[in-house]
Design a protein around this ligand. Structure first.
Ligand code: PMP
Length: 349
């Protein structure tokens, strides 16, 4: 092979996008719904103290962290799987329970990485589009007879909570695995974690990237029956949660739950204030139980550019299924959100 030729990639890889949400170097980044109030303080201390331990490998499957998480949620350590972000929990679950050609379904719009992982793994994607009458359509999801059903509550990017009874109906009747993504559950206060440890077909995915403010460490986890955990760990592989991330996450769960809850309260208060101020300007944000709001706008690029000129990055969606053009804005301290309101006033509803 001469150096002008390139090695061919595997079939289907061209259809998998490289993540490119269109980020610029704005002062405050509200585009990916992190905790802009900061990182859990005990996690920061744990990293400083553990740095000298970096010569050694982490635990293969984060065994000390799985015990801490099990105790926190009242489930056994063997019901907990960790991952490099909850991204890895989703990917491991899809990979363990849906091989190439297997059907996967979800309500759209949802978390952008879900279709990407489905494409990467060669799954047969059968999304169900939200409608005003049915923001969650259990019958349509079940009708796909999917090997993997991905549910997200509160849903990203719409922020809506799926009623517990609806979730349980899908879990009860699904033929295959149900992955319930609870990345924003600390903001809604609703969870099916206890059910996950007992049911034969449910994994609940959680993350340290949002309420605990540890997005940069890339640590997430899932709760499921131990049989499912073992299968997903085989699909995941060892050592994917690094030593510092593992110790930081353990410290945060052990010492900073009250800190996290206070930041969640701040985020909810600011989210609601932002929604009311945008409504007063004629916008109609979606009601949200997460730490962000989705706002339909005429021209997302223009809206986000007006925010960027004020040093704030929001997420522009040119056109979402069901929603159309919109921007997603994370909760933040009010001096930052005031800039978003100023931008919205300038652009107009
Ligand atoms: N699920 C949802 C719904 C998300 O919004 C995100 C982050 N944007 C993730 C999962 C992934 O989070 P992480 O990999 O950082 O844990």
């Amino acid at each position: 092979m001469n150096n002008m030729e390139s090695v061919p990639t595997r079939d289907g890889l061209d259809a998998v996008p490289r993540y490119a949400p269109g980020r610029s170097a704005a002062a405050v980044d509200l585009s990916d719904s992190t905790n802009v109030w900061g990182a859990a303080p005990s996690a920061v201390n744990a990293i400083a103290q553990a740095a000298r331990e970096s010569w050694r490998y982490p635990a293969m499957y984060s065994e000390p962290l799985t015990s801490v998480l099990g105790a926190y949620h009242g489930v056994s350590a063997s019901s907990v799987i960790t991952g490099c972000g909850s991204d890895e929990i989703l990917r491991s679950a899809f990979n363990a329970y849906g091989g190439p050609g297997a059907v996967i379904t979800w309500m759209e719009p949802t978390f952008v990485m879900t279709p990407v992982f489905a494409a990467l793994l060669g799954l047969d994607a059968r999304p169900v589009r939200m409608t005003s009458e049915r923001p969650f359509d259990a019958d349509a999801l079940l009708a796909t007879n999917a090997a993997v059903t991905y549910l997200c509550s509160p849903n990203n990017p719409t922020g809506n909570l799926v009623p517990r009874a609806e979730l349980l109906r899908v879990i009860d009747q699904a033929r295959g695995l149900v992955v319930l993504d609870e990345a924003y559950a600390d903001y809604s206060g609703e969870t099916l974690i206890r059910e996950a440890a007992e049911r034969p077909n449910l994994v609940v995915a959680r993350t340290f990237s949002k309420s605990f403010g540890l997005a940069g460490l890339r640590v997430g986890y899932g709760v499921a029956h131990p049989r499912l955990v073992t299968a997903m760990e085989r699909a995941r592989g060892p050592y994917t949660v690094n030593l510092l991330a593992e110790l930081a996450a353990s410290a945060a769960i052990t010492h900073d739950v009250a800190w996290m809850q206070a930041r969640v309260s701040d985020a909810i208060a600011m989210r609601e204030r932002l929604a009311r101020e945008l409504e007063a300007l004629g916008f109609a944000p979606f009601a949200s139980l997460a730490n962000f709001i989705l706002v339909p706008v005429k021209d997302p690029a223009r809206f986000s550019a007006a925010c960027e000129r004020r040093g704030v990055l929001v997420r522009a969606f040119a056109s979402l299924p069901f929603v159309g053009p919109a921007v997603r804005i994370a909760a933040a301290p009010w001096d930052t959100l005031q800039k978003v309101v100023d931008a919205a006033r300038q652009v107009g509803a």
